[in-house]
Design a binder for this molecule. Sequence first.
Ligand code: ADP
Ligand code: ZN
Length: 615
Amino acid sequence: MKKNLKNALSWSVLVLGLILLTVPFDGKFLGASTQELTYSRFIRAVSDGAVREVSIRNSTSKITGVLSSGQMFSTVAPIDLKMVDRLLDNGVEIHVDSGESGWGYLMSILMQWFPILLLIGLMIYSSRQMRSGNKGGIGGGPLGIGKARSKMLQQQKVNVTFDDVAGIDEAKQELEEIVDFLKSPEKFQRLGGKIPRGVLLVGDPGNGKTLLARAIAGEANVPFYSISGSDFVEVFVGVGASRVREVFEHAKKHVPCIVFIDEIDAVGRRRDTSMRGANDEREQTLNQLLVEMDGFDEKQGVIVLAATNRADILDPALLRPGRFDRRIMVQYPDMNGRAKILTVHSKNVPLDEDVDLQTIARGTPGFSGAELANLVNEAALLAARGNQSHVTMCDFERAKDKVIMGAERRSMSMTDEEKRNTAYHEAGHALIALLVPQCDPIHKVTIIPRGGALGMVVRLPEKDKFSITRTELLSNIRVALGGRAAEELIFGDENITTGASQDIKQATQTAKNMVIKWGMNSTLGLRSFYDSDGYYLEASDQISPKTSEVIDMEIRSIINDAHEEVRDMLAKHREELESIADALLERETLSGDDVRMIFDGKKLPTLETAGGRPS
Ligand code: ADP
Ligand code: ZN
């Protein structure tokens, strides 16, 4: 984030410099136009009495001045000893600038050189930037290209321990062995124990892979070197490979130590024979990585940890014995895990008596460790903003909305028309969510713009889920289509909006996966039509054109059937749809309970008592 800002800043300075460079600095750019006169025309004008005043600068032969018409002019004079007499005879006002030492002169020189100086400065600055972080005694190349790894090689002091990692006990246990090895390698070697060289940490972002790797280094008190796969994706072929070489050279000098490669999939993707040439850089980097992994033996004590969220797309060569042959899953925490993570992160946060972390954990299925950490942080910020001495359950409830839905964008002004449209759209989603079977209950419905959305319906599962039924998938598709269907019903087919694009994308993706991935289509049966990259095989020769057509048709029919059904449902429950939309327009946000009450035809409690109530 910070780095982006800095980048943007230096870019804008650069662009500004370039613009300045193209603007001539003789006053033209200020808007006044100056007429260029030949010297003879100038003299004629003087004789005609058409010149009001002139400025002569002793150091140059340039003369500027103003005609009696007010027009500014400039001319270049030869050495003309009679000029001053002629000017005086014709009553022209003469200003003389001594030239050498005047501020004006200095300034004008500076102004002319400023953009160029700026550019030179920038170049020096950026090359310095690239070279910094290179303090490990490794020299930088010209302009530091290929050496731009800033913090990469700096030994990072780690003060994270296993106590900071909560809720992922299996992963922790598996890694404890590595800590033991790093602490006393001799003990392990005496017994002939084999320690893995490479460990792959697999899991979705935010579940603590980096944290775990750091904790190992912290526990064993060894240096921690971290690099990210995306750092390697460089413009210049060969840069990635040379970086990999350097990191390992460095690591081998500081054994025992940990090398952590984040986002290894950025370089370690399976090599694809059909895309030769396009990926030279990645391939070289990957090869170098393989060479390095083979080039040290386990007794040396360099342990390489790599993180990815997609182990299935990695090149098999990476996973061979002696390389990343150990795989540890770092999964979403379950309810107890979430409670523990919340406990760790609220260690230094004063909690109100009413705060029950177990309850919060129950209400946050699917949250990653990072989201939970963020939740505690947001709650603390809210409490601080309200000058409270403690963080209350209500703060957590509001923080949860913010973490799930993104920050409110109240400043965004929607027209009444858009608001009405959004209200019906969201009411459509909500109503269908109440009507279809096996659907996750509604947590909140809102028409306050948040993040990139104008409004949203948030549903939360009641408990942790590990698989989804077919009915549930079909219900999800229906809920997704409910928004657009409501627009069609209320405003007519001509007035539907672009607001449904995400919904449509999501419905299509689900339907597609049902057909090509999960074997949930009777025509095609239990067959898989996607490769391990998650790509649909359509383009390959593994699917006949006919099958491909059937796949398309089946996807379309799932969506179309759902659309029809949703339209019917909404038409049948139009009254409820309108009351939900009205309530949304009035209150902007409704809880799941509110929506259910409206659906049952009950009156909502007045606004005062509705606010801040946990749903
Ligand atoms: P990943 O590398 O898997 O994307 P990180 O390790 O960067 O995730 O996690 C980001 C942050 O989330 C951590 O710095 C930590 O504050 C928090 N976090 C994630 N998982 C846990 C956990 N199991 N226990 C405690 N905090 C966690
Ligand atoms: Zn929608």
